[in-house]
Design a binder for this molecule. Structure first.
Ligand code: PXP
Length: 249
């Protein structure tokens, strides 16, 4: 089964906001991503609007043919925006103002009671919901209980670790993917992925979507966005095809 690539364009907006004005434009980045073979566009509308802003979401929805995956926190404000914009998908993430990026998975066990009606309301309106969680069995069971269609496994820790700790974290991701698939959840993964570490994750057969942003935006300064996406796509597809490559960090 092929693996989908979602391109997170938040940091095009980060660069734009550094000077104000309209350049560089996240919508233009999304159109280039589409031409380069991306399957979807991911954008995180944060409470503090530090990168993506409301009008970016409106424009991405209206002007870009690719499915939009809106990353957002579980708040009433974000629910209203999602129901108005109707993206293809919503990924619910934890959010703290002081963090540099999403620093850990959502605690689906702790917030089950609040997440259940939140997820149902979105899914009833036709939006596919994923929960961004740590690769832990109890989190996957909670996601299933909540009724989310999908989970996104947090790969950030795996990407930063080395040696045995990295292999152990990889084993957790691989096992979580197997369990998620067995529970009937769509299994996605993301955070911290780059050319060097994407192959092992892409080779896990139960994972059907990766969402990648920061590395690709940085790399595109040197080789261009389309080239960076092509190279990432090729590494994912090659890893997927290689027999016996799965389950190895
Ligand atoms: N998935 C989720 C839920 C995220 O919050 C992020 C970062 O915004 C990503 C994927 C992409 O991570 P990165 O920018 O490190 O590739």
């Amino acid at each position: 089964m092929t693996i989908r690539l979602g391109i997170n364009i938040d940091h095009v907006a980060t660069l734009r906001n550094a000077r104000g004005g309209e350049h560089p434009c996240p919508v233009r980045a999304a159109m280039i991503a589409q031409s380069a073979g991306a399957d979807s566009i991911t954008a995180h509308l944060r409470e503090d609007r530090r990168h993506i802003r409301d009008h970016d979401i409106d424009r991405l929805r209206a002007e870009v043919p690719l499915p939009l995956n809106l990353e957002m926190a579980m708040t009433g404000e974000m629910m209203d925006i999602a129901l108005r914009v109707k993206p293809h998908a919503v990924c619910i993430v934890p959010e703290r103002r002081e963090e540099l990026t999403t620093e850990g998975g959502l605690d689906a066990v702790k917030y089950q009671k609040q997440l259940r009606p939140f997820v149902h309301k979105l899914q009833e309106s036709g939006i596919r919901v994923s929960l961004f969680i740590e690769p832990m069995h109890e989190q996957l069971h909670a996601a299933k209980h909540i009724g989310a269609r999908a989970v996104e496994l947090h790969t950030g820790r795996y990407c930063h670790l080395l040696g045995k700790a990295r292999a152990d974290e990889f084993a957790k991701i691989s096992e979580a993917a197997i369990l998620g698939h067995a529970l009937g959840l769509e299994v996605h993964a993301g955070h911290g992925l780059n050319y060097e570490n994407v192959g092992a994750i892409a080779a896990i057969p139960e994972i059907i979507e990766l969402n990648i942003g920061h590395f690709l935006m940085g790399e595109s300064l040197f080789t261009g966005l389309a080239d960076a996406i092509h190279q990432m796509r090729k590494k994912m597809d090659d890893a997927r095809k290689k027999p016996g490559s799965a389950r190895q960090a």
